[in-house]
Design a protein around this ligand. Structure first.
Ligand code: UGA
Ligand code: MN
Length: 243
């Protein structure tokens, strides 16, 4: 099966660095289609120029967060509009395969891809560096998922991170209304619930959820430098960086 790796991404000064590191991870994976979903009105020319350099199959689409969600929330629902667009693309063009949401700043062990590729319905596995516990993982008993270990349960039925599960395309196609809400922190739970998933459907991966194969790394954000820039330099700075 082909892995459809969906990466929401947005303009900031770290973006090209993040996508370069991620692209160079994905270069090692056969049968993978990278969907880069831009949180922009139109596909960013800088990202359009970057993506062909990896020599892997990809699709670059754009769908911006509606401005109302950015202004009305202290923590906006990040990456929802663009992940939704990627799901719509899958529904339109894909008949089979496995979908995985890989944020642009996470760190992926190459072994993860072998694990998720044979996902029948939905698979789950631990994610490192999540929350105050430092890990988020399904809890197993005799090889079956019976609950979750996560530092922010928040009454979620599936308290997992976006990077902690993979879904077969078939399950997505069988649930045409399945979607992700514009509600920060609840995207995963509501999406998985909208796929009609039961605990008994979950296929544990990563050696019965005993190994960490993906990390929720975060890049330290710094404001853009405030140095005086010459006109010559300004002409090569993409305006999307100045946000
Ligand atoms: C955590 C989860 O790991 C995300 O999967 C989840 O979407 C997010 O929280 C959330 O619920 O808001 P976190 O590291 O806190 O992720 O957030 P970011 O890495 O900043 O954003 C998640 C993804 O969305 C990234 O791929 C990022 O590039 C993208 N994003 C972020 C946008 O597309 N637009 C934005 O305005 C911000
Ligand atoms: Mn992140």
């Amino acid at each position: 099966p082909i892995i459809y790796f969906i990466t929401p991404t947005y303009p900031r000064r770290e973006q090209v660095a993040e996508l370069t590191r991620l692209g160079q991870t994905l270069m090692h994976i056969p049968n993978l289609h990278w969907i880069v979903a831009d949180d922009t009105l139109q596909c960013s020319p800088m990202i359009s120029a970057l993506l062909p350099k990896f020599g892997i199959p990809y699709t670059h689409i754009a769908s911006p967060m509606p401005p109302v969600y950015r202004t009305n929330n202290a923590v906006p629902p990040r990456g929802v509009a663009n992940r939704r667009a990627a799901l719509a693309w899958i529904r339109s063009y894909v008949k089979s395969g496995v979908v995985y949401f890989g944020d642009d700043d996470n760190t992926f062990d190459l072994k993860l891809f072998d694990e998720i590729r044979d996902t029948k319905k939905i698979s789950m596995f631990p994610v490192g560096l999540i929350g105050s516990y430092g890990i988020s993982s399904p809890v197993l008993r005799k090889g079956n998922v019976i609950g979750f270990f996560d530092s922010w349960p928040a009454k979620r039925k599936f308290p997992v991170d976006m990077a902690g599960f993979a879904v077969n395309v078939d399950l997505i196609l069988k649930h045409p209304n399945a979607t992700m809400p514009y509600k920060a922190g609840y995207e995963e739970d509501r999406f998985i619930s909208s796929l009609g998933v039961k605990l008994s459907d979950i296929e544990p991966k990563a050696n019965n959820c005993s190994e960490v194969l993906v990390w929720h790394t975060q890049t330290l954000k710094k404001p853009p430098p405030t140095v005086k820039v010459s006109m010559e330099l300004l002409s090569i700075v993409d305006t999307s960086l100045v946000k």
